[in-house]
Design a binder for this molecule. Structure first.
Ligand code: C5P
Length: 221
């Protein structure tokens, strides 16, 4: 196999959580370290691809040899992804917050003394994977999503594949007892229209390398 099997390819990756501000000091977020998405970006660069990584707030360093764009919110992540297109493949590994508050407070919300909490009206965020998966001519040839589930892993991943227009879903069980969240290891299954591939437990860097290997094979002449 070629040392740089993805030379000449542009791979677009999202990673990390998004933060959706409630007011200047508070936000809504998903739990996500960004470790898996950042590892995929590094592996894609090592395979010779030009890599754009759109990252939410993480404590990780920007991977070497990767163009990293830092964003905070889902809306900003979608805008950055759209600006980064066209791409040969899009790998959407970010844990995007499903909702943001309808009206972000310009001042810190104070307890009003009534003992009643403030009502936060939420609105749904754009689905970045679904947007990219359902693009017309600008759709990347290969669109890969993730499905972190705590139950009905395969059924949920298959539903996501169809609903979001993805080619592959990397499904993982993130039940608390698995230690996947924030940890270094992952057990994933690759769900596509061709079926389900079970991968053994491995660290996130190895998941990234194998995923990039599979993508390179997909693009191989
Ligand atoms: O629906 P769910 O959030 O479980 O789907 C996970 C997949 O969809 C991941 O690939 C994630 O990056 C992507 N996603 C997204 N934008 C959203 C929600 C999820 O890109 N608003």
């Amino acid at each position: 196999p070629a040392a740089k099997p993805l030379a000449g390819r542009h791979i677009l990756i999202t990673s990390g959580p998004t933060h959706e501000p409630i007011d200047p000091v508070r936000y809504i977020a998903n739990r996500s370290s960004g470790k898996q998405g950042h590892a995929i970006a590094a592996a894609a660069a090592a395979a010779g691809a030009r890599v754009t990584l759109v990252s939410g707030p993480v404590t990780l360093a920007d991977p070497a040899g990767v163009t990293t764009i830092h964003v905070e919110t889902a809306s900003a992540m979608l805008a950055a992804v759209e600006r980064a297109l066209p791409a040969d493949a899009a790998i959407m590994a970010a844990a995007v917050a499903d909702w943001r508050v309808a009206r972000e407070g310009t001042e810190k919300i104070k307890k009003d003394g009534s003992g009643l909490p403030p009502a936060l009206a939420l609105v749904e965020n754009p689905d970045i994977l679904a947007t990219v998966g359902q693009l017309g001519p600008a759709r990347p040839k290969l669109v890969v999503g993730f499905a972190a589930e705590t139950e009905n892993l395969i059924a949920n991943a298959q539903a996501k594949l169809a609903r979001k227009g993805a080619d592959w879903i990397v499904a993982n069980d993130v039940s608390p007892e698995t230690g996947v969240m924030g940890g270094n290891a992952n057990t994933v299954r690759i769900v596509s229209k061709d079926g389900v591939e079970d991968w053994p437990l491995m660290d996130k860097a190895e998941v990234a390398r194998r995923l990039i290997e599979r993508i390179a094979a997909h693009f191989a002449p």
